[in-house]
Structures are given as structure tokens and as C-alpha cells.
Ligand binder design. Structure first.
Ligand SMILES: *[C@@H]1O[C@H](CO)[C@@H](O)[C@H](O)[C@H]1NC(C)=O
Ligand SMILES: *[C@@H]1O[C@H](CO)[C@@H](O)[C@H](O)[C@H]1NC(C)=O
Ligand SMILES: *[C@@H]1O[C@H](CO)[C@@H](O)[C@H](O)[C@H]1NC(C)=O
Length: 309
């Protein structure tokens, strides 16, 4: 507990320094051309469209197996499955214009470590699917101090769990003004597509405030992005976030995290788009299991007891 406190103090100090830096950097010259900025904005705005992914669910080669392995990549949202709000796009465009890459709100944690959720409108889940979602929630509660509570009528900020066809996607973190937060897992057989335990948890991790593993600020020390193999227009899915608002919580890069993209994500030619630079156990981008480090990241993010031991 003492350690937690220390860490919070440390973060506060870090944040204070960062704020000053932010002021100092308030009006740097633009690092990108007007055209580049406009193209980036269009890319982000397109990810907001309903069913944006339906036309590009399969890549020309090997698309089918990619879809089988990682359905969350092809819903056409930001980085495949993150739903962006207008204000997030605005902030990201600003960051991009200044030569930085991405943005996340500093405090997107659920108050009282408690996610409030309900089943939303749309296609009805069958009993097995309901059980799969509830068991994944129980799994998160077992491994972390994050709690889930079903929505009461007077809760105004909550997650609406839906099963619309076309992939899996979710909002990023808690944002009170957002009201209903999106969380979608296309209905499927238990264990398949969005209904693998790992995919269900992957989407909850977005809700808890996590970007993808491969977009963390120091990822270039661990992976190489092979831009020549990425489908044109999909490069925006491989951005790097700023260390200012994103942290690895002192944990090493996790190639087998349930938040890591697979090697051929958004490939145009079947060749890898992500190349591991270091040896690691397991398959990069696997969705068979959730790693100890995935749980640890959640525990540290939510300052759970023992997370820093
Ligand atoms: C980090 O978050 C703060 C607070 O919202 C924001 O003002 C700042 O622009 C963000 N910085 C970066 C680099 O994303
Ligand atoms: C919502 O209602 C419950 C009782 O049903 C109450 O305990 C709780 O404080 C209320 N929450 C808010 C935010 O008003
Ligand atoms: C279920 O998942 C499998 C494997 O990802 C996929 O091929 C199939 O299209 C999915 N079914 C539906 C109805 O989405």
C-alpha cells in the first residue's frame, strides 16, 4: 500500500513536470503538411462510420485466416476495434500536426474501480453467449481488483454490450460525458471469433483504458513495422502513442499479450506487417489465453493491492 502511495506521488510529480512541458511546447511549428493532416483526419473520421469495416473485412491474400484469427481487426474502427469520440479525433489531429502521434485522456479509469454495464439493444445473445460474457467478466474480477456492476436506472455512464455482426470493438476508457460506452462482440459460437475468452477480455481492456500493445511509445525497440506490406490507407492503425499519456507501468513488452496485433495484421500481400525484434515464447497476436502480464497491467493501472510487489 505504501508503495502504491509512493507511486501515486511519483506520478503526480511526473504529471506536473509534463504539464509544464506542455505549456512550453504550446505552439511549435507544424511538422506535417496541410494535406497530410487532412488525410489523417479523414482516416480517423472514417473509422467512426457505421459498419466502416464491412468492405475491408478480408485482405486480398490470406484475408480469411486473418479474420478467423483476429476478428477485432476488421471492424474498420481505429486500430481495428477502438471507437473514437469526436473530441479524441480532434486531440489526435492536433498531436499529429505537431509531429506527435496519438493521444489518450489522462484519467480514463472507471470510478471506484467499477465498470457499470448492461446488455444493450440489438441482436439477442443466446444463453451460452451470455454465460461467455459473464464468465469473462468474472475472470477479470478474479485476477484484478476491477469490479463490474449491472446498470441501475439512475446510472448515466455505463457500457452497453451489443452483439452486432461485423466484428468486435469498444470505446477507449471511461468518459463520463460519453454516457453509453460502446462494447460490441459479434455473436458467435463459444470460443470462436469475438467469443474467444481472450477477445472478450481484449475489448474489456479497451473499456478499462488500454490501447493496443504494439502502439506503445517504445514499441520500436521490440517490433519493426513493415510499412511496405500494409494495405494502403491502413497505416494509421500502426501509430505510436506519446509517453506523456500512455504508460507501460514498468512492465516489459509483451509479445503474446491479448492486446498485441498478430504478425500479418492489415497485410496487403500476406507478408508480415509486424516483425518481432526479440525472441519470445508463444505466438505474437495469439487469442488463446490472457497473459499474466495482461492481468498485471490492469492491476497496476487500477492500483490494485499487491500490483507493485
Ligand atoms: C496529455 O493529456 C493532457 C491532459 O488532458 C493534455 O492536455 C495533453 O495534450 C496530453 N498530451 C499528449 C502528448 O497527448
Ligand atoms: C442510484 O440509486 C441507488 C438506489 O437504487 C442509490 O443507492 C444510488 O446512490 C443512486 N446513485 C446515484 C448516482 O444517484
Ligand atoms: C464466428 O467466428 C468465426 C471465426 O472467427 C468466423 O469465421 C465466423 O464468420 C463467425 N461467425 C459470425 C456469425 O460472425
Amino acid at each position: 500500500m505504501k508503495q502504491n502511495k509512493l507511486y501515486i506521488d511519483e506520478m503526480m510529480r511526473l504529471y506536473a513536470v509534463v504539464c509544464c512541458l506542455g505549456v512550453a511546447l504550446a505552439s511549435p511549428p507544424l511538422a506535417k503538411s496541410r494535406e497530410e493532416i487532412q488525410a489523417f483526419r479523414s482516416f480517423l473520421e472514417n473509422t467512426q462510420k457505421e459498419n466502416a469495416g464491412l468492405s475491408r473485412k478480408t485482405s486480398p491474400i490470406n484475408g480469411v485466416s486473418l479474420l478467423l484469427d483476429n476478428p477485432e481487426l476488421y471492424s474498420g474502427k481505429f486500430e481495428g476495434d477502438i471507437v473514437l469520440d469526436d473530441w479524441q479525433i480532434e486531440a489526435m489531429v492536433q498531436e499529429y500536426a505537431m509531429g506527435r502521434n496519438a493521444y489518450t485522456w489522462p484519467d480514463t479509469k472507471w470510478p471506484d474501480n467499477t465498470v457499470i454495464w448492461e446488455f444493450g439493444e440489438g441482436p439477442t445473445f443466446d444463453p451460452q453467449q451470455v454465460a461467455d460474457i459473464e464468465e469473462a467478466i468474472a475472470d477479470i474480477e478474479r485476477h484484478t481488483c476491477v469490479k463490474f456492476r449491472y446498470r441501475e436506472p439512475n446510472d448515466t455512464a455505463y457500457v452497453s454490450v451489443t452483439g452486432i455482426a461485423g466484428g468486435c470493438w469498444a470505446d477507449l476508457g471511461y468518459w463520463e460525458a460519453r454516457g453509453a460506452h460502446s462494447y460490441n462482440v459479434a455473436r458467435n459460437t463459444s470460443g470462436l471469433g469475438c467469443f474467444s475468452r481472450s477477445s472478450i477480455v481484449h475489448e474489456w481492456m479497451h473499456i478499462l483504458g488500454f490501447f493496443h500493445m504494439h502502439s506503445t511509445y517504445d514499441r520500436d525497440d521490440y517490433i519493426r513495422i513493415a510499412f511496405e506490406n500494409i494495405q494502403p490507407g491502413m497505416e494509421g492503425n500502426f501509430m505510436v502513442e506519446s509517453p506523456v499519456n500512455v504508460t507501460n507501468y514498468g512492465l516489459p513488452y509483451d509479445y503474446v499479450s491479448c492486446l498485441q496485433y498478430p504478425a500479418r495484421a492489415f497485410s496487403i500481400n500476406g507478408l508480415p506487417t509486424i516483425v518481432a525484434l526479440q525472441d519470445h515464447e508463444g505466438v505474437m497476436g495469439q487469442r488463446e489465453y490472457i497473459t499474466d502480464m495482461d492481468w498485471k497491467r490492469i492491476n497496476r493501472h487500477y492500483n490494485c493491492p499487491g500490483a507493485w510487489d
